[in-house]
Design a protein around this ligand. Structure first.
Ligand code: HEC
Length: 109
C-alpha cells in the first residue's frame, strides 16, 4: 500500500502540467495567443511586433497539410519558437486539428 502511494506520488510529480497540456485551447491561450492573438488573428502583442499574419488571412495555410503545421509548431517557424519540449507530436497534431484549423477556415468579414 505504502509502495503504491509512493508510486502514485512519483507519477504525479513526473507529470507537471499534464492537465493543462491536454486542454489545448487553454494551452493556446496561455502560450500562443501572445503572438497569434486569442482568436488567431495575429493581433497578440508579440504578433504585432513580429509581423505574424492571422491564420485566416491567407488561403495558403488552408492548403498546408496538418503534419506540416504540426511540425512548424514543434520545430518553430521563422520568428516562432519551437514547442517540441512542451507539446508531443500527437498534441501538436491535435492543436492543428482542434484549435488552428477552425481559425484558418473561419471566414474573414
Ligand atoms: C513569439 C511569438 C509566437 C508564439 C509564442 C507562437 N507563434 Fe506561431 N508563429 C509566429 C510567427 C512570427 C509565425 C510565422 C509568421 C506568420 O505566418 O504568422 C508563426 C507561424 C505559425 C503557424 C504557421 C506555420 C506556417 O507554416 O506558416 C502555426 C500553425 C503556428 N504559428 C502555431 C502556433 C502555436 C500552436 C503556438 C503555441 C504553441 C504558436 N504558434 C506560438 C509567432 C509565434
Amino acid at each position: 500500500m505504502r509502495r503504491c502511494l509512493a508510486a502514485l506520488l512519483l507519477l504525479l510529480a513526473a507529470a507537471p502540467g499534464r492537465a493543462e497540456e491536454r486542454d489545448l485551447k487553454r494551452f493556446f491561450a496561455a502560450r500562443c495567443a501572445v503572438c497569434h492573438g486569442p482568436d488567431g488573428t495575429g493581433r497578440g502583442a508579440g504578433g504585432i511586433r513580429l509581423g505574424a499574419r492571422g491564420f485566416g488571412e491567407t488561403r495558403a495555410l488552408g492548403k498546408v497539410p496538418d503534419a506540416d503545421l504540426a511540425r512548424a509548431i514543434r520545430e518553430g517557424a521563422g520568428a516562432m519558437p519551437a514547442f517540441r519540449t512542451q507539446l508531443t507530436e500527437a498534441e501538436a497534431r491535435r492543436m492543428v486539428v482542434e484549435v488552428i484549423r477552425p481559425m484558418i477556415l473561419r471566414k474573414r468579414r
